[in-house]
Design a protein around this ligand. Structure first.
Ligand SMILES: [Zn+2]
Length: 369
């Protein structure tokens, strides 16, 4: 299974996609209210099949306008709620059995502005070239087809984001496998850092362009413009959208850099090891800067890229000591402080760079992720 993303061109009839999503939000609210009512009366939740039956009846009686909506998409709305309840009950079971401590709440009724997507399964749409036709609207929408998808289409999802752009997600089955990259014989461990984004065990250093800092002025002026507007006015909404767009641009630039860096690394190394990140702890320690550097996101992209190209990705255990031990003899240097960038091992006398030493230790402690 593989999902490709395409952006819709800006076109005047895109608003109709938005209206369709809003109509489905109405279905979403109705079905969840129904589940709550059902629970109050019978002390349990209605099954998926039962809800589907009920939808058919509703269409004949009180909700004839639902017949205008694509029926499979309505079913997907019910399915999402059903999956939400399944997760909720599985989690209760798991917590009772002591398997997890994480708590998953029961499905919530989403407000309109958080309800932003719809999914087609087999029927109700048609794709010709770079145009998606939606049968119930009788309209076609052009998207920017920057690449071909392979295999057979399983689902088609349309999403709108908070700045009013629309995206098409095509999920396919039986795709052509990605090309495997030739082996190079290089192996490396990598250490994340605040000053240097990535230090590799072969002493390569990669610095972060710090997109947040670059975009900081743009964000600040957009924020100021927003605070000058009267809340709820037309100009206020315009300023709010502008701010969201500035944030989006920065996120996109950062992701783009992540993907390019990951590709550079996967071309050079057969095996790469990173440390397991304790992101919550790091955020508490370093604040906003961490969300800027976004290690967690990059770690996921790395893992995905290495799997895609048939190379090995390792993670050092969460409790593995990586900073203090000497990578040559294993002597733990307890006197090491955060200020020491370079040190000499008191036991074997080898000279270490702090980050490179950590990267070598990470490589040695790496286990398949
Ligand atoms: Zn040593």
């Amino acid at each position: 299974m593989k999902t490709e993303t395409y952006e819709f061109y800006h076109q005047s009839n895109l608003i109709q996609l938005g209206n369709l999503i809003d109509d489905l939000h109405g279905v979403h609210v109705h079905l969840l209210m129904l589940q709550r009512r059902y629970y109050r009366i019978y002390g349990k939740y209605a099954s998926f099949a039962r809800i589907c039956n009920h939808i058919t009846q509703l269409k004949q009686r009180t909700k004839p306008h639902w017949n205008q909506l694509p029926s499979q998409v309505i079913q997907q709305v019910a399915k999402r709620i059903h999956l939400g309840y399944e997760k909720f009950f599985d989690n209760i079971k798991d917590r009772k059995a002591g398997k997890t401590k994480r708590k998953i709440g029961r499905p919530k009724i989403k407000p309109n502005h958080k309800y932003n997507s719809l999914t087609f399964t087999q029927a109700g749409f048609k794709i010709e070239g770079n145009r998606l036709k939606i049968n119930c609207l009788g309209k076609s929408f052009t998207f920017w087809k920057h690449r071909e998808w392979t295999g057979s289409i399983k689902t088609v999802t349309i999403k709108r984001d908070r700045v009013g752009d629309y995206y098409l997600y095509i999920t396919c089955e039986d795709c052509e496998p990605s090309e495997k990259l030739p082996l190079t014989g290089n192996v490396a461990g990598a250490d994340f850092g605040i000053k240097t984004f990535l230090t590799l065990s072969d002493t390569t250093r990669i610095t972060s362009p710090e997109f947040y800092k670059q975009g900081f002025n743009a964000i600040r002026s957009a924020n100021k413009a927003l605070s000058r507007k009267q809340k709820g006015s037309k100009a206020w909404y315009r300023a709010k959208w502008h701010l969201a767009r500035v944030h989006k641009q920065i996120t996109h630039r950062r992701r783009d850099w992540f993907f390019k860096l990951a590709l550079r690394l996967v071309r050079k190394y057969d095996t790469l090891a990173i440390e397991t990140l304790n992101l919550e702890g790091m955020k508490r320690l370093w604040g906003r800067k961490i969300s800027d550097i976004a290690f967690g996101e990059f770690a996921l992209i790395l893992q995905w890229t290495f799997a895609k190209h048939g190379k090995t990705f390792l993670k050092a255990g969460r409790w593995a000591a990586t900073t203090k031990p000497c990578s040559a003899c294993g002597h733990p240097n307890e006197n090491l402080t955060l200020q020491d960038r370079q040190w000499i091992c008191p036991d074997c006398g080898s000279h270490h760079d702090r980050d490179v030493n950590a990267a070598i230790n990470i490589l040695q402690a790496g286990v398949p992720a």
